[in-house]
Design a protein around this ligand. Structure first.
Ligand SMILES: [Zn+2]
Length: 163
């Protein structure tokens, strides 16, 4: 019996240690520039250093593996303002977030639109999207929504769902 409707349990069900999950596929992305305009004065500023930010994205369902974006970005120094600033990475993720906008949006939808409890949302994200998000992190996103403007992230998911 191997018809299309056959039930196959997720082979990772019951794993509680993220280190036991299949390894992530790494995607390289770059926001690394030799010069960037200073956000304060507009002066074109030299690169001072390079930083790598690791972001967990929606996973690869075909391979059944998570997907991490290794985002390399440049740090710049403005000699006029005597300050440092980073190349803008906000198209990928919010400041200091370890997850892409896509993941945050999906999580918020599961809780806000579908009414899933945090733990169920966490499992759903892993089972159906191959991204591991601790339920406490989802809780922070949902409950921090008002003051940090996370609710706006729901709109960042385009091309999915009705309308
Ligand atoms: Zn400046």
């Amino acid at each position: 019996m191997s018809g299309p409707g056959r039930y196959l349990p997720d082979p990772t069900e019951g794993i509680t240690n993220p280190e036991d999950l299949p390894p992530a596929k790494v995607i390289q992305r770059s926001r690394n520039f030799t010069h960037r305009p200073c956000p304060c004065c507009g002066k074109s500023c030299f690169r001072h250093g390079v930083v790598t930010r690791i972001l967990h994205d929606v996973g690869d369902l075909v391979a059944g593996r998570p997907r991490d974006i290794h985002l390399v970005y440049s740090r710049h120094r403005c000699t006029q303002c005597n300050s440092f600033f980073n190349a803008d990475t906000s198209e990928y993720a919010r400041l200091k977030s370890h997850y892409t906008h896509r993941v945050v949006s999906l999580a918020l939808r599961l809780v806000v639109e579908d009414g899933l409890p945090y733990q169920a949302a966490s499992w759903h994200l892993w089972r159906d999207h191959r991204v591991f998000v601790p339920f406490a992190t989802i809780q922070n996103w949902v409950e921090g929504g008002g003051k940090k403007g996370s609710a706006a992230n729901v709109d960042e998911l385009s091309g999915l769902g009705p309308g």
